[in-house]
Ligand binder design. Sequence first.
Ligand code: ZN
Length: 368
Amino acid sequence: MRLAYCYDERFLQHDTGLDAHQLPDGSTLEPVEHPSSARIIRRTAQLLAASGLLDDALVVAPRPATEDELAAYHTRDYIAHVRRVTSEGGGWLDPETPVVPGSWEAAVLAAGAAIELTDAVLDGRARRAFGLLRPPGHHAMRDRGMGFCVFNNVVIAARHAQRRGIGRVMVLDWDVHHGNGTQDAFWDDPSVLFVSLHQDNWYPAGWGSVDQVGAPGAEGTTVNIPLPPGTGNRGYALALERVVLPIARQFRPELIFVSAGQDASMEDPLGRMLVTMAGYRAMAESVRQLAEELCDGRLVVLMEGGYSLRYVPYCTLAILEGMTGRISGIGDPHEGTSELAQAEREFRPDQEAAIEAARCALAAYWEL
Ligand code: ZN
């Protein structure tokens, strides 16, 4: 059955501009784009469109999320704050999260797109869905923007699904950074299984250690698998096999979301991991099979981070390949290089030890 897809050029109105670093003598180094550049999303949209994989997709138009929908997680004060800052010409939600006047429309459309894609899957118009959203959401907390994120798209969509009668929801977050906002939203809620694969001790500080398992009454429904820098396709596959898939089978979600950040790639400037196109394709394939096995295929994949202008489009294409079971014929731009070969072989004892540590910590709550 069909894939639902959503992308809208209005997402690009969230223009994060240039980073200009002032030098001690008062001069400014030639500016570069903010890491979360809109060009990454635009290039990804171009590549996905050229791949042929969307030719028979159900194209879903976004609509703005309502204030009540945003308030399924965010405080009314925070929503008003974002509206005010953007309408007054823009500014910063935190030291890393710039917003401009167009950011409001982009952010409410991204959250609304997540809801519309979820509806397409729940209505049976599509079996699975992919949203090329901007701005991303998983760092956004109840009452503040953080880490390039404005509204927490996946939390808003998951709560929408639950209002429509879905009981148990799983959110798998493979962004290289910890999905702190999503963890916070579901911390004391045993109806949502939140699973994060991320680089250990990275961003944000203090989040994502294995002992963060959820509040009393919801222990074990927060699953953190921090991985050492340098983890590649084999480590991610092993983490899925030993920890994520067995827990998912015991939890039995009725709907699966993926917070898909492609910043664990071998080329990302903000992560230190070695995942390649093949690794992302394999993870998406695993999750597609999991959804087929557990919940009639119901799967909604939403874009989070990913900062390699060159490689994010390809890794995202690989995710669509894994989700659809089809191959586009567009190869890895690193094909034939020794770096790609090494990244795909990469697997060290400390990576397996980290996965084992997570498995042992979670064995208190699940059969692992
Ligand atoms: Zn990230």
